[in-house]
Design a protein around this ligand. Structure first.
Ligand code: SAM
Length: 226
């Protein structure tokens, strides 16, 4: 059965659906979407041989060869400019998601919606979106099997909309909603930062710029949690 995390991602695909799922692994997301929407088309991109073969196997099993095209390649290299209107990238770190978007920038021509789920470093993804004229219009934070995931959905906008440092870190919509899962995440992040600062202070030359940044974030976290 598809994870709640991937179902939530699927929910943001706009019809008519023609999308690329980059780093698709088993291609569960494209197969789920194409089963649900018989007119949908998907490209499942994978850079690694094992996941690429797993993706092909799933597509064969579900008899979706006419809807899901499994392609092997690095990031957005598997698509041509203008080939899809929406892209999903899930289950990777924020830095890797940013590098996939950066390296494949010319492939994003015609892509009006990005649905991203960074496992860590979501602020890096939000910064890239803001700098590249994608405006976040929805965010979700979910707890699944003890792991907390953030989903960021952004559409190509007419002009750039800047986000504050605080919005980049917490997420503009998640910050406003400030729900229980969000509070749980940031209580944990607070502990992590406190431990990190303690370790850094023990160094012979404490990295004061990093400590100051973490302390600034700790103040914001306190504000958000109270
Ligand atoms: N997207 C699925 C999900 O969210 O459940 C799978 C996530 S899995 C943890 C990450 C997948 O991304 C792996 O299968 C890996 O091979 C693939 N991957 C990593 N870097 C990639 C890249 N540059 N281009 C395409 N796929 C990549």
């Amino acid at each position: 059965m598809l994870s709640n995390r991937l179902k939530q991602l699927a929910h943001y695909l706009k019809e008519p659906i023609n999308f690329a799922d980059i780093g698709s692994d088993h291609a569960y997301l494209p197969c789920y979407v194409c089963q649900l929407h018989p007119s949908a088309k998907a490209i499942a991109g994978e850079v690694n041989q094992g996941p690429f073969e797993r993706a092909r196997k799933t597509v064969l099993e579900y008899q979706l060869l006419d809807q899901v095209d499994v392609r092997k390649g690095n990031g957005l290299a598997v698509i041509e400019p203008g080939e899809v209107e929406q892209v999903t990238i899930a289950g990777m770190g924020g830095k890797l998601i940013r590098s996939i978007l950066e390296e494949g920038e010319e492939k994003l021509k015609g892509v009006h919606r990005l649905i991203l789920q960074p496992n860590i470093d979501a602020q890096i993804v939000r910064k890239w979106l803001a700098e590249n004229q994608y405006q976040i219009f929805a965010e979700e934070i979910i707890d699944e099997d003890g792991y907390i995931y953030e989903i960021i959905v952004a559409d190509l906008a007419k002009e750039k909309k800047n986000l504050t440092e605080k919005e980049l870190l917490f997420g503009p919509f998640l910050l406003k909603e400030c729900n229980q899962v969000f509070r749980q995440k940031w209580a944990h992040e607070k502990d992590k930062r406190l431990k990190l600062i303690e370790q850094m202070r023990q160094a012979s030359q404490p990295p004061m710029d990093k400590i100051n940044l973490l302390e600034k974030q700790l103040d914001w976290i306190e504000e958000v949690l109270t």
